[in-house]
Design a protein around this ligand. Structure first.
Ligand code: COA
Length: 276
């Protein structure tokens, strides 16, 4: 379904919901992430940026579980840093992180909604990957955490920065300091997991339900909402309000605005096309 060929990810277009599922496909390594895996995730997404038949992305671990269920067990601890970067040179390590940050940032900035569908482990870089998605659906058997401290490492792909913005200082520090795994239930109680369910059919139906809602929604409005909420919340309120004002303006030119208002006046359900 994807024009490009990938080694580490599978891409499946779900026509009846206008969305695409990107599955991390390294089950023998619990979907551990190399820089190439992150690049592939982004490149898989990028090809649907302006495709109006793809209006939402679901990011998940492969359904083909060979060992344990995992969204991703984090950075691939067996992989090198790539591009001649040496682990004993600190500035090389900063450059390696910069490379990874680039892909996390690009995934976060994707112009359409991105759902993290988590079943199993979401640790380290895997937890950080869920952090750059917009909505988290998780099964009850899932765990989130930053085990880096146990290895004397550092949650350096956004873990120390993004999680605190979601769950607050005390909880984020607890996660980073102790490296303990937090259950999906706890993360749901903390407001991080948006939708909690059982694994198996319930998980698959919930993914389809939520992705289809977004896939049939007003794409330009979602784009403006995403930018205003995610980035407006990082600046003072008055500047955030300008994001909102501009978002409202940009959205007003989309075909879906007319459709939404006409449908209301005609007392029928809107048929959004994602037309820009
Ligand atoms: N990088 C590379 N390989 C990994 C990995 C990682 N982050 N996490 C798991 N794997 C591999 C294991 O080496 C193992 O491979 P093997 O069967 O060929 O030996 C396989 O995945 C299964 O892992 P295993 O440890 O046997 O499963 P488990 O259920 O007992 O434990 C974890 C699961 C996730 C708790 C454990 O694998 C772990 O702690 N992983 C590292 C997590 C981490 O530190 N992430 C942050 C990295 S900065």
């Amino acid at each position: 379904m994807s024009e490009k060929k990938f080694n580490d990810v599978l891409v499946e277009k779900i026509e009846d919901g206008n969305y695409v599922v990107i599955s991390i496909n390294r089950p023998d390594k619990l979907n551990a992430l190399t820089t190439d895996t992150l690049r592939e995730i982004y490149e898989a997404m990028e090809q649907f940026e302006v495709d109006s038949n793809v209006r939402c992305i679901v990011l998940r671990g492969t359904k083909n579980i060979t060992k344990k269920a995992a969204f991703s067990a984090g950075a691939d601890l067996a992989a090198g840093m790539g591009k001649g970067l040496k682990p004993n040179i600190p500035v090389h390590m900063a450059m390696a992180m910069q490379q990874k940050h680039k892909y996390y940032d690009l995934i976060e900035s994707f112009p359409k909604p991105v759902i993290a569908a988590v079943d199993g482990y979401a640790f380290g870089g895997g937890c950080e990957l869920s952090l750059v998605c917009d909505i988290v659906i998780a099964t009850r058997r899932s765990f989130f955490g930053f085990p880096e401290i146990a290895r004397g490492i550092f949650p350096g792909n956004g873990g120390t920065q993004r999680m605190v913005r979601h769950i607050g200082l005390a909880r984020a520090l607890k996660m980073c300091y102790f490296g303990e795994r937090e259950s999906a239930e706890t993360m749901h109680d903390w407001g991080y997991v948006g939708f909690l369910c059982d694994d198996g059919d319930e998980f698959e139906s919930l993914i389809h339900e939520k992705a289809s809602v977004l896939g049939n929604s007003a794409t330009t409005s979602l784009f403006c909402i995403k930018k205003a909420v995610k980035f407006g919340s990082q600046v003072p309120l008055q500047i955030g309000n300008i994001f909102e004002m501009l978002g409202f303006g940009v959205n007003s030119g989309s075909k879906d605005v007319n459709e939404g208002i006409m449908a209301f006046l005609q007392k029928r359900d809107p048929k959004f096309t994602g037309g820009m």
